[in-house]
Design a protein around this ligand. Sequence first.
Ligand SMILES: Nc1ncnc2c1ncn2[C@@H]1O[C@H](COP(=O)(O)OP(=O)(O)O)[C@@H](O)[C@H]1O
Ligand SMILES: O=P(O)(O)OC[C@H]1O[C@](O)(COP(=O)(O)O)[C@@H](O)[C@@H]1O
Ligand SMILES: [Mg+2]
Length: 528
Amino acid sequence: MDLSISSPFRGAFPAPTSTFILNPKSRCSHSLNFFKHRNSYSKNPLFSRQKIPIRAQVSDPAVDDGFVIDDVPHLTDFLPDLPSYPNPLQNSQAYAIVKQTFVRPEDVVAQKIVVQKDSSRGEHFRRAGPCEKVYFKSEEVRACIVTCGGLCPGINTVIREIVCGLNYMYGVDDILGIQGGYRGFYSKNTLILTPKVVNDIHKRGGTFLLTSRGGHDTQKIVDNIQDRGINQVYIIGGDGTQRGASRIYEEVEKRGLKVAVAGIPKTIDNDIAVIDKSFGFDTAVEEAQRAINAAHVEVESVENGIGIVKLMGRYSGFIAMFATLASRDVDCCLIPESPFYLEGKGGLFEFIEERLKENGHIVIVVAEGAGQEYLAQSMQGIDEKDASGNRLLLDVGLWLTQNIKDHFTKERKMAINMKYIDPTYMIRAIPSNASDNIYCTLLAQSAVHGAMAGYTGFTVGPVNSRHAYIPISHVTETQNTVKLTDRMWARLLASTNQPSFLNCDESTGGKVCKDTIDLINNMKITSI
Ligand SMILES: Nc1ncnc2c1ncn2[C@@H]1O[C@H](COP(=O)(O)OP(=O)(O)O)[C@@H](O)[C@H]1O
Ligand SMILES: O=P(O)(O)OC[C@H]1O[C@](O)(COP(=O)(O)O)[C@@H](O)[C@@H]1O
Ligand SMILES: [Mg+2]
């Protein structure tokens, strides 16, 4: 049988044994379930304009191999008559001898790469990269870039590479910088960005465009986009920012504007779902080593030295976990995802005393979001939020330092030497390292290719090392956290040999242990 479908993903199937005609309109409900799009963009030209016969394996029509494509929106979903143009990269010197300049429309990136013979193939995303057709003429583009939320190493590299990518690859020379985050759309003047203006900014930490929390007013932002004649919006920011980007995309679609909205995920905490890792994370982990080294040098030079290093990580303990794994000088790592307790058997005090007896010193790394529930108990009524609505954290480093001091000096009558290091902002206020710089370049170029090709409402990022376009709504659905049930956390426990805090103790009334077990039971079990 001939299989004729309108999807760009028609090539993503196994070798044929037989073929058949597949009605384009029925692709989502076809019994073979090849196309289980989470988002069905029936007006997407790539879906509806091409009808190319393909061949697919039909060994058993009842088989559902669980192949799902989570595609991103396209401008033609709500502007069906938009003209397209050949991609100018066709004549680019840079791509002149590249074997395959353009990504194939049917190329997808699998979210699940460890599979078993009979397991479902799972979710897939559109592969990022230059497309054969673009939906903007170079001279028609008026792009803008905005950065929101906290700092992260590499933001300036992303800004630089968006500007250079647009200009060098697509001949775009009308690029605006929105200053000071979302509120800058309606309260500040814009900057004119050219390759010359941004030439050196990647060597600096921070953001050349300034940033802020709060101030997201969708109507005012989209009014401003419309008034200024902006038709490509590049939004660099974390989970909050991506939620804001999603609102902007929805409003743009509602108003029927030809405006591509591209999100570039930024977060030092590595808490953005789906993507492998956020840019600047490696740089931050590397910088954290300096603080850990300092703590180690200090405490091994004195008697009963206890070093505490507090690292960023609001809800996700990735920086603390990776800095610990990288360092080997850390005795214990405390993260928000893993409840711990101080007193009694299997508790932190007992472990500290053991290590002091064994080695004469101990280094503890604590993520800023760890133990917040205990701090909240001891400082009742404090529940402040920042301008974006993020809960302001209580200082777990100071709390831990005080509790450990009290325990050893007052209760155990032991002399200790406490060194508390809080490098919080130091690890994110630096320029990105070499590998993050390369990563930022890929993100920026992929975002530019995606917007030029007319995709919108997307976030770009690596999924199993391949850059993909992910619907913004997908990355904001959940938050990436350290899974205690994954092997990575077990690797850390095996490396530090610290307590898992799963042993119940009388003094906690078994509560902490129960909390932990409930937490783990509620977790989706994944393995890395
Ligand atoms: N749910 C939301 N809807 C719209 N805008 C949001 C939302 N959450 C956060 N924002 C906006 O995104 C920006 C950055 O958010 P924030 O949480 O501070 O940092 P990050 O994006 O790094 O997580 C702020 O301007 C904030 O107003
Ligand atoms: O910059 P602020 O407002 O002091 O916020 C600090 C917080 O920002 C973070 O770096 C995360 O920021 P984002 O949510 O912007 O990625 C946290 O690690 C930290 O708790
Ligand atoms: Mg955030």
